[in-house]
Design a protein around this ligand. Structure first.
Ligand code: SF4
Length: 214
């Protein structure tokens, strides 16, 4: 089976098994708040981030409120997530840059978003895809990285190169769902340490099992 055909079949099956994405970040009510929640989620779990964002956004709802806060107040408010000292600095600098360069409005291109402190392609893609419904790329997190490699959709380990490979073999109209589907399968079956290959519905399309359909 050629790679393109196999990829399409994989995503059809993933869509059937995971019709709805469960989990993820909550508590945000604007693109700015979603951007901050996504920055906070780097090297932290969504659960940890969700446990602080309700209070955080009621106290700091917009760029102006973060820009005028003290760094120690921001650090205290986000101290339950990993790397909180770095993230506090990023959030304040990011807020100031949004005010000075974008009139406090979150930009809608990857090129502009990745210029903001603490924002990489993954964060930019999550925001564009999940809030703005704009398909510029595919967010490559730890699940997307692992599953893309195991499923033979890429031979790369660098997220930027993985994204490039995925964009070449997955049709544009499906880019928006790729991350959610691979995260769902990564959490449920294709786990990091012990993938449940014997019960996996992708077994016959996965090179790792050695039983890929011809
Ligand atoms: S067969 Fe195993 S490695 Fe392949 S996708 Fe399923 S769980 Fe992951």
């Amino acid at each position: 089976m050629i790679l393109l055909e196999r990829t399409l079949r994989i995503f059809v099956l993933l869509e059937v098994h995971y019709p709805k994405f469960i989990g993820g970040l909550t508590n945000y009510t604007s693109p700015f708040q979603m951007l901050i929640a996504t920055v906070l989620s780097t090297q932290s779990t969504d659960k940890q981030v969700n446990s602080i964002t309700r209070d955080l956004f009621s106290r700091y709802p917009n760029p102006a409120s973060f820009a005028s806060a003290t760094i120690s107040d921001i650090e205290q408010a986000i101290s339950k997530v990993g790397l909180y000292k770095n993230k506090a600095k990023f959030i304040q600098e990011l807020s100031k840059q949004l005010i000075s360069e974008f009139d406090s409005i979150v930009p809608t291109t990857i090129g502009e978003l990745v210029k903001l402190p603490g924002v990489g392609r993954k964060t930019a893609n999550v925001l564009l895809n999940d809030w703005f419904n704009i398909r510029e790329g595919i967010a490559v997190d730890t699940h997307v990285k692992r599953l893309s490699y195991r499923l033979g959709l890429t031979s790369e380990i660098d997220p930027f190169k993985i994204e490039k490979d995925l964009l070449e073999i997955i049709p544009n109209e499906k880019w928006g769902m790729v991350t959610h589907l691979l995260i769902s399968h990564g959490r449920a079956i294709c786990k990091s340490h012990r993938p449940l290959c014997k019960t996996c519905f992708l077994m016959f399309m996965c090179p790792r099992t050695g039983v890929v359909e011809g």
